[in-house]
Design a binder for this molecule. Structure first.
Ligand code: NAP
Length: 311
């Protein structure tokens, strides 16, 4: 498993991590088998959010109850969680009171004294950056949160926060897969007329901005065709893409999921792939994509086969 430095920190993290959004109905044994497969393949980084699960903090609680980590086991893993979405509505809330209450709830549900990384889940149109800064300062000073980041944020939204924050933002978690990659695809077709792909829909180069500012990009839904529309792997909707993935999987002697993972890890931005599968064998297969040296020709072939234009 290839490891990278998280953002501007010296914290060493794997470039394939496990998201736990889908474990609400899993038994203790199933959660333990999933986490154990991850650990066996070098994944010691776990992504949560307060809203994952049927109830608030449900998946965080499921994880903690199944794992019952000793202090030494807790110290051996990185736990990331998110705050800022209110499900009933829904609406977004980056107020001081909401962020503090969410973190306190996560700490209780996860049965831990600290969260390694807290992400602001989705941009709040009503954000007051000074309030976010006050919440972050207090959480950091109390030792309750060790690092902070964002998710689904544009470069300008990050700049706005950074003008008030005293802590660095170490990560930006965005939806990114071969088929859903507007932040990369737009740049490839920049300055072209008559291409929908040329239109900026992400505030202008999220990935480039994160590279410039040493913010680690984390790719969520790495195998979904679109927004929770089902995986493209093996799907009849993506025959050309699957033909290329299948051929490269044979060439590198890995499962197809490893090639889809490698398309993200091969990018020089040093991204992390956030897996959402609850199937241990798929975790193992994806981990094999941590460091496959796809050539430029192969990377672009996958990109074109997913329907993107290379003008
Ligand atoms: N920041 C955000 O806004 C945001 C939004 C969404 C998600 N996330 C994070 O990203 C993580 C991943 O998201 P995701 O679950 O949508 O991503 P994903 O890994 O692309 O999708 C996993 C889902 O696809 C299913 N699947 C079916 N066939 C598969 C195959 N051949 N290979 C792999 N999976 C297959 C899995 O089922 P099985 O479980 O049965 O294998 C699982 O339900 C989440 O756990 C969460 O931590 C963040």
């Amino acid at each position: 498993m290839k490891r990278i430095s998280l953002g501007t920190t010296a914290v060493d993290v794997p470039n394939v991590v496990l998201g736990l959004m889908r474990i609400a109905d899993k038994s203790d044994d199933e959660v333990r088998a999933l986490v154990s497969a991850a650990r066996d393949h070098g994944i010691d980084f776990f992504d949560h959010a307060d809203i994952y699960g049927r109830d608030l903090h449900g998946c965080e609680r499921r994880f903690a109850e199944a794992m019952r980590l000793t202090p030494a086991q807790r110290a051996g893993i990185t736990i990331q969680t998110k705050a800022g979405i209110v499900r009933e509505g829904p609406y977004f809330d980056f107020s001081y009171d909401h962020l503090i209450a969410s973190v306190e709830g996560s700490l209780r549900a996860l049965d831990t004294d600290y969260i390694d990384i807290l992400l602001l889940h989705r941009p709040d149109a009503l954000v007051e950056p000074d309030e976010v800064a006050r919440a972050f300062d207090e959480l950091a000073a109390a030792g309750k949160v060790r690092a902070f980041g964002v998710s689904n944020h544009t470069p300008r939204q990050i700049d706005l926060l950074k003008a008030s924050l005293r802590q660095p933002l170490v990560a930006n978690q965005i939806q990114l897969s071969i088929t859903h990659s507007p932040t990369i695809a737009q740049g490839v077709a920049a300055n072209m007329a008559d291409f929908a792909q040329s239109i900026t829909i992400d505030g202008g180069g999220i990935v480039d901005y994160c590279r410039l500012h040493s913010i680690t990009v984390q790719a969520w839904s790495p195998f979904q065709g679109g927004f929770f529309t089902g995986v493209f792997l093996g799907s009849d909707d993506y025959p050309e893409l699957n033909a290329v993935i299948d051929r490269l999987a044979r060439e590198y002697d890995v499962p197809t999921i490893a090639i889809a993972t490698a398309w993200i890890t091969r990018h020089p931005a040093q991204m992390q792939v956030v897996l959402g599968t609850t199937t241990p064998a798929r975790v193992a297969g994806a981990a094999l994509g941590s460091d496959i040296p796809l050539t430029r020709a192969q990377w672009y072939e996958l990109f074109r086969a997913a329907g993107h234009t290379v003008p």
